[in-house]
Design a protein around this ligand. Structure first.
Ligand code: ZN
Ligand code: ZN
Length: 405
């Protein structure tokens, strides 16, 4: 750590106290991690996870507000709320996926953030600033962090930190933007054999659009992705479907390219309606996920601390080999200096959103990432608060990135 001018303890002494506090809380952290893992909850429905995290904080004499910033399952706690100086936020995700549970390992995110917060609370007297733990629901869909940001969650925060589990250790997650869209085709029912000429086939509408999108894929950038499913395809083969529903994700490297791609996909949906004689509702989600604008001075400090804990990181230029995903942390990262490093909880060939990853998220390796994540997040947050030099570096890098966006 650098500056120690506000602290009566040396940076090393603060680090030692953080380390000891995480070790002391380890058993609780892993219990909470496993409890959240055992009870996977979908986006916006994370009542158990929100409750167990809030209870654990209250058991440690921290006051917690739940249902904050427009979301019922969001929460917030602040350390040193009366203290002047900068504010650093640690973010906790805790939603799961349909059918495959915690195959994105958000139980590890939640409890590493919890551990970092408990450790920073243990050294609160030595920190010249505030620490905020934000419980941020609905990462897998719905853009919870963007909704919270619009409700003011990130006002007054100078830097935001979180970790995400993976198959490797990475200083940041290779990421792209994503827009979610639901399409509903309306046709007219009829007997598919007796009166086919009276029917207007809503499945034809959706499949024509699906095929048009498949054709479009040949003529998009290698960084772009369009993928979807048929959610409702009809009730029986002898009933002409009068209603079908599809869900699609449209992804691009950055906001500008996403904005250019969306109308091309919209045109495919409309082509489906024209070709089949249906009508179509195209419901784009209110929130697009942005790519991550990594704050490298902060990411480098996180990597430094995680390496000290014995983790080996993949070179940044090799990171894309492990694929690019999307996160609503991207939206935060364009508002304030932010990091989203990845910590290995599984072998490199086990990818997130695969059912096998869910098992790794509560394995010994998953547990180790909770502890290492808590320590590295707390070390990084403490250094940020203790070092005006690091604050300046992070601020300058953020301003520069805005100029480049
Ligand atoms: Zn995730
Ligand atoms: Zn995920």
């Amino acid at each position: 750590m650098n500056g120690t001018e506000h602290s009566p303890l040396s940076a090393n002494q603060v680090s030692a106290k953080i380390d000891a506090a995480v070790e002391q809380a380890a058993e609780t952290l892993l219990e909470v991690s496993h409890a959240i893992h055992d009870k996977p909850e979908l986006a916006f429905e994370e009542h158990f996870a929100c409750g167990v995290l809030a209870k654990t904080l209250r058991d440690h004499n921290l006051s917690v507000a739940t249902g904050v910033y427009s979301l019922e399952t969001a929460f917030e706690t602040t350390i040193n709320s009366e203290q002047a100086g900068p504010t650093v936020a640690v973010l906790a995700e805790y939603d799961a996926l349909p059918q495959i549970g915690h195959a994105c390992g958000h139980n590890v995110i939640a409890t590493s953030a919890l551990g970092a917060t408990l450790a920073l609370d243990a050294v609160a007297a030595f920190l010249p600033g505030r620490v905020k733990l934000l419980g941020t629901p609905a990462e897998e869909r719905g853009g919870g962090k963007e909704l919270m940001a619009r409700a003011g969650a990130f006002e007054g925060i100078d830097a935001a930190l979180m970790i995400h589990p993976a198959g490797v250790n990475l200083a940041t997650m290779p990421s792209i933007c994503v827009a979610e869209v639901e399409v509903v085709y309306h046709g007219r029912s009829s007997h598919a054999s007796a009166m086919p000429h009276k029917g207007i086939n809503a499945l034809d509408g959706l499949l024509l659009a699906y095929q048009a999108i498949s054709n479009l894929r040949q003529h998009i950038r290698s960084t772009e992705r369009i993928h979807g499913i048929v959610q409702e395809g009809g009730a029986a083969p002898n009933i002409v479907p009068d209603r079908t529903v599809g869900q699609f994700y449209v992804r691009a490297a950055n906001e500008k390219e996403l904005a250019a791609l969306k109308p091309r996909v919209q045109a495919c949906f409309e082509a489906g309606a024209t070709g089949s004689g249906c009508t179509v509702e195209v419901n784009w989600a209110g929130v697009d996920y942005l790519d991550i604008n990594t704050n490298w001075p902060l990411a480098e400090r996180f990597r430094h601390y995680a390496e000290q804990l014995g983790r080996e990181f993949i070179d940044d230029d090799q990171a894309l080999k492990f694929g690019a995903g999307s996160t609503d942390m991207g939206n935060v990262s364009y508002r304030l200096p932010s990091i989203h490093p990845m910590l290995a909880v599984a072998p490199p060939n086990v990818v997130i959103h695969h059912p096998d990853f869910a098992r790794w998220a509560r394995s010994e390796k998953g547990d180790a990432a909770v502890i290492d994540g808590a320590k590295a997040l707390a070390f990084t947050a403490a250094e940020y608060l203790l070092s005006p030099q690091l604050q300046r570096q992070c601020g300058a890098a953020f301003e520069l990135s805005k100029g480049l966006a």
